[in-house]
Design a protein around this ligand. Structure first.
Ligand code: ADP
Length: 408
C-alpha cells in the first residue's frame, strides 16, 4: 500500500481533514467533524474510488465528540471503517493549516516544540484561529508522536510584500513594538492558483504579472509579480479589503469611535458587527451569494445593491493592483463565488477594457469551478488573460508538507 499524507484544518469547533496518497498526492478521502463539544456532533467522510462518485459515510448516531482529541479519534475510526488508513501511526506526514505565522514564518516548517511555542506567541494576532490550529497540532502529536508534522501558514505567501505596502500610516512604534502591520491571508490559495495559472498559460511564473481574486465567504485579492506577492487586500486581520459575506472590508476607521460614542456600542459589539453582520449580509440580510443572485435576478433592490457594491470593490482593486504591478498578464478568479458565478465575474471587469481586460460572454457563461478544470474566459487572445482556476488549499498544504518532509 502506498503511503498516506493527512491534511488537517482544525477550527474552534470543527476538524476538517483530507487524506492523500504519497507521492502523487491523489485525494483518497476527505471530510469533517463539526460541532465538536455540541449536543449532536456531525461527522462524515467521503471516500473516492477511481472514476466513481465518492461514497459518503457518517459518524454513528449517538457518538459523543467532547473535544478535538475525541474528534481526531473519530476521524481515525472513520478512516479505518472505510479501509483508507489502518492507523494514524502509519502516516507519512501531517500538514496543518495555521492561520497566522506573523513575521516569523515565511515558509512552511517542520513542527517541533519551538515552532509550537512561536505559534502560541502569535495568538494575540489571531485569537480566533491560532488556538484551535494549535490544538489540532497538539492532539495529532498525541495520537501519532512519531509522524512528521508540518505547519503551513495562511500569511506566509504574503511575507514578500514590501514595507511601503504592509505599513499602516499610524505611529511607527505600533508596528515595531506591537506588530501592527498588514499580514494578508488566503496565502495558500493565492499561491496555488498563481502556480496553476502559469502552468496553464505555459509560461514561467517568474515572467508573469498576476492578480488573483479569491472570492468565497471570505474574499481577498493579491498582486503577484514573478511569483512574489507585492500586495494583498486583507490586512492586520481578514477584515480589511474586499466586501465579504459578513465582513465589511475597507471602511473609514472613524466609524468605530462614532459607533461607540453615538450608538453607545462596546468594542466587542462593534467587532461582532464588522465581522459577522456586515458585508453582503449587512446590505441585503444574507451572505450566500447563490441566494443573493437569485434575488437580484428577480429584481430585489437590496440584493442588487449588495452585488453592485461587491463587484465595484473588486473592480477598484483590479485597477489599483494593475498600477502596483505596472501592467497585467493574467487575472484569476477562484473561490466559491469566483469559480461559479458568471455574473459576478462579468460585473467585476465591466468597463476594464481600458486595461486590456475583456471577457467572452459565452466562455464566461459555461466556465465552472469543476475540480482540476481551468477555463480561459478572455476575449480574443491579445489582452490580459482572464482565467477561472478552482482552488484547492488542502492539495497545496499537502504539496508543501511533502516538500518540507522530503527536504528534512
Ligand atoms: P469559504 O470561503 O467558506 O471556503 P467558498 O469558497 O465555498 O467558501 O464560497 C462560498 C460562497 O460561494 C457562497 O457565498 C456561495 O453562495 C458561493 N457560491 C457557490 N456556488 C455558487 C454559484 N453557483 N453561484 C454563485 N455563488 C456561488
Amino acid at each position: 500500500m502506498k503511503q498516506r499524507l493527512l491534511v488537517l484544518n482544525s477550527g474552534s469547533s470543527s476538524l476538517k481533514f483530507k487524506l492523500f496518497e504519497v507521492p502523487d498526492l491523489i485525494a483518497l478521502a476527505w471530510g469533517a467533524i463539526e460541532e465538536i463539544g455540541g449536543e449532536g456532533p456531525i461527522g462524515h467522510i467521503e471516500v473516492s474510488s477511481s472514476g466513481k462518485e465518492p461514497v459518503k459515510h457518517y459518524l454513528g448516531a449517538g457518538v459523543s465528540v467532547k473535544d478535538h482529541r475525541e474528534a481526531l479519534g473519530q476521524m481515525a475510526s472513520l478512516f479505518k471503517e472505510t479501509a483508507v488508513l489502518d492507523s494514524l501511526h502509519g502516516l507519512y506526514g501531517i500538514g496543518h493549516r495555521v492561520v497566522h505565522g506573523g513575521e516569523h514564518f515565511k515558509a512552511p516548517v517542520l513542527i517541533d516544540q519551538e515552532v509550537m511555542s512561536t505559534i502560541k506567541a502569535l495568538v494575540p494576532l489571531a485569537p480566533l484561529h491560532n488556538p484551535s490550529n494549535l490544538l489540532g497540532i497538539e492532539v495529532a502529536f498525541e495520537g501519532a508522536p512519531e509522524v512528521p508534522q508540518v505547519a503551513v501558514f495562511d500569511t506566509a505567501f504574503h511575507q514578500t510584500i514590501p514595507d511601503h505596502a504592509f505599513m499602516y500610516a499610524i505611529p511607527k512604534e505600533y508596528y515595531t513594538r506591537h506588530g501592527i502591520r498588514r499580514y494578508g491571508f488566503h496565502g495558500t490559495s493565492h499561491s496555488f492558483v498563481a502556480k496553476r495559472a502559469a502552468k496553464y498559460l505555459g509560461r514561467p511564473l517568474q515572467d508573469l504579472k498576476l492578480i488573483t481574486l479569491h472570492l468565497g465567504n471570505g474574499a481577498s485579492c493579491a498582486a503577484i509579480e514573478g511569483g512574489r506577492c507585492l500586495d494583498t487586500s486583507m490586512g492586520f486581520t481578514p477584515l480589511e479589503g474586499l466586501m465579504m459575506g459578513t465582513r465589511c472590508g475597507d471602511i473609514d476607521p472613524s466609524i468605530l469611535p462614532y459607533l461607540a460614542r453615538n450608538l453607545h456600542m462596546g468594542l466587542d459589539e462593534i467587532e461582532q458587527v464588522l465581522n459577522r453582520r456586515s458585508g453582503l449580509k449587512g446590505i441585503c440580510g444574507e451572505s450566500d451569494m447563490r441566494r443573493i443572485l437569485e434575488r437580484f435576478k428577480a429584481g430585489d433592490l437590496d440584493a442588487g445593491l449588495a452585488v453592485r457594491m461587491f463587484t465595484y470593490r473588486i473592480k477598484k482593486y483590479i485597477g489599483a493592483y494593475t498600477g502596483v504591478l505596472g501592467g497585467l498578464d493574467c487575472l484569476v478568479f477562484t473561490g466559491g463565488i469566483g469559480e461559479n458565478s458568471p455574473v459576478i465575474r462579468e460585473m467585476s471587469v465591466d468597463g476594464l477594457r481600458c486595461l486590456g481586460i475583456e471577457i467572452d460572454q459565452e466562455k464566461n457563461r459555461i466556465a465552472t469551478g469543476l475540480p482540476g478544470a481551468i477555463t480561459d474566459i478572455s476575449r480574443g487572445g491579445t489582452g490580459v488573460r482572464v482565467l477561472v482556476v478552482p482552488t484547492d488549499e488542502e492539495q497545496e498544504i499537502a504539496h508543501q508538507a511533502l516538500m518540507v518532509i522530503e527536504n528534512g
